[in-house]
Design a protein around this ligand. Structure first.
Ligand code: GDD
Ligand code: MG
Length: 423
């Protein structure tokens, strides 16, 4: 891959937010290709370098009731050496959609010999592992993992660690273009190769999102939700640096990846608020910023790690299932709520957020924007206990019937599933 070096960055404490990087070539050749001088404007990342990251990466695919053809297309796009972890929250009644998903994935794995783990978000064994490890906040009143995309991502993240992977990336399961999925994963790998930090995050900004407008194709740049999150996140950053900025372009990046070390150390907001909250929380935790009302004795920011956030502009158009206007409005409110309720959010910005939501009739005057549930970082749980319990639940159900040991890399080319499932 040939990719632009970031031209600018914003630094807040230990956090660096790099400006958007363009991709110039999806495949820039192997190591042995013509020796090129290092260029400060554009970086070449060889196919070997990309593959070496892919071998250490798990890709989590959250699923809730998507069409099987779409899920299969997404699996087609994920590079072979990545471990795939499908976390499904699809209904099991009246039709057992999860069973159908498992059947389709198992069949797909017969042809590709890809490593795929399939778990259901409501698996009682995994819920019991969370409970035993002391991470009960993720459980609902039935002692099962709560609903929500973030909750599925948290489950995927801890499984990625359990399977010994160093990086964890996310791709939505409702993507129509396998080629786009393939590109996102390569861009995660290129980002990690360039960043070389244990506290690194790579976020994708889609180049375009095709829509039909007046009977012809229109390639829109920004979705409604990203436009809002980006604008208010930039106001937040600008407030604390004193300089207006447009650095944030990926406030809602569903497609993003992190080092597992960083993923284990950060808090998560529920549902679709998860991606915007990444920025808010990273600034809260590592930004060395005092919020309004904080005194100097407030807990110090962690300055021991350089937290790098890369934003890469993908080239393929992004086409996914359309889920309706109400869903987008909910997503905007959830995202903005994470900014609104942050201790870093100044009163003036709170007012702007309220006015914005009132203008769009989401919030009535005098009503308060509800705070989002926040889960504390995964490194607070007893990982060994979780590993023992969860390993007994997750079995590779292909040729070898191996139980996956904590910290081990699953090497069997097979589909795996939870034992409680009926695959
Ligand atoms: N496991 C699991 N559990 N997966 C879920 C759940 C859940 O409760 N809810 C949704 N998903 C899956 C969907 O099946 C899909 O693959 C993915 O999560 C994203 O959900 P969508 O409902 O398709 O969201 P979207 O397309 O409107 O929004 C996406 O893009 C936004 C940026 O524009 C999401 O990735 C957002 O998080 C992102 O901000
Ligand atoms: Mg979608």
């Amino acid at each position: 891959m040939r990719i632009e070096s970031p031209r600018e960055f914003e630094r807040l404490g230990a956090v660096r937010i790099y400006g958007l990087q363009k991709v110039y070539e999806l495949d820039a050749g192997p190591d042995s290709a013509t020796q090129e001088e290092e260029d400060s404007v554009v970086r070449r990342v060889s196919s070997e370098a990309i593959n070496s990251i892919e071998r250490q990466m798990a890709i989590v695919v959250p699923v809730r009731n998507e069409r099987l053809k779409l899920i299969e297309g997404v699996l087609v796009g994920i590079p072979h050496d990545c471990l795939v972890i499908v976390v499904s929250n699809s209904p099991r009644e009246p039709v057992d959609k999860f069973y159908l998903e498992q059947e389709a994935i198992k069949n797909y794995c017969r042809f590709t010999r890809k490593q795929v783990v399939v778990v259901h978000q409501k698996d009682p064994g995994i819920a019991a592992a969370f409970a035993a490890a002391g991470y009960t906040e993720i459980l609902d009143d039935k002692d099962l993992v709560r609903n929500g995309k973030a909750e599925g991502m948290i489950m995927g993240t801890i499984l990625a660690k359990l399977m010994g992977r160093k990086y964890v990336g996310f791709v939505d399961s409702d993507n129509y273009f396998p080629g786009a999925v393939n590109e996102y994963v390569k861009e995660y790998a290129a980002g990690f190769h360039i960043n070389q930090s244990d506290y690194s995050m790579v976020r994708i900004s889609w180049h375009s999102k095709p829509k039909v407008v007046e009977n012809s194709l229109y390639f829109a740049k920004w979705g409604r939700s990203s436009r809002h999150s980006n604008m208010f996140l930039n106001r937040l950053v600008g407030h604390h640096t004193g300089f207006e900025t447009e650095i944030v372009k990926t406030g809602n990046a569903g497609e993003h990846a992190l080092t597992v070390e960083l993923a284990m150390g950060i808090d998560y907001a529920t549902g679709y608020a998860v991606e915007t909250f990444h920025y808010v929380h990273l600034l809260e935790k590592y930004g060395a910023i005092l919020g309004e009302g904080d005194d100097a004795s407030a807990p110090a920011s962690d300055m021991h790690h350089k937290v790098k956030i890369s934003q890469i502009e993908s080239r393929n158009p992004h086409l996914h299932e359309s889920k309706g206007d109400e869903h987008v409005e909910d997503m905007i409110a959830a995202s903005l709520s994470t900014i609104y309720h942050s201790r870093l959010c100044p009163e003036s910005l709170r007012e702007e957020i309220e006015q914005d939501l009132q203008r769009r009739h989401y919030l009535k005057e005098g009503d308060q924007l509800a705070p989002m549930r926040v889960y504390k970082s995964l490194d607070r749980m007893d990982f060994n206990v979780f590993g023992d319990k969860a390993s007994a639940v997750i079995k590779v159900s292909g040729q070898t019937h191996t139980t996956v040991a904590p910290g081990a890399t699953a090497s069997a080319p097979a589909a795996a599933s939870t034992s409680s499932s009926s695959a």
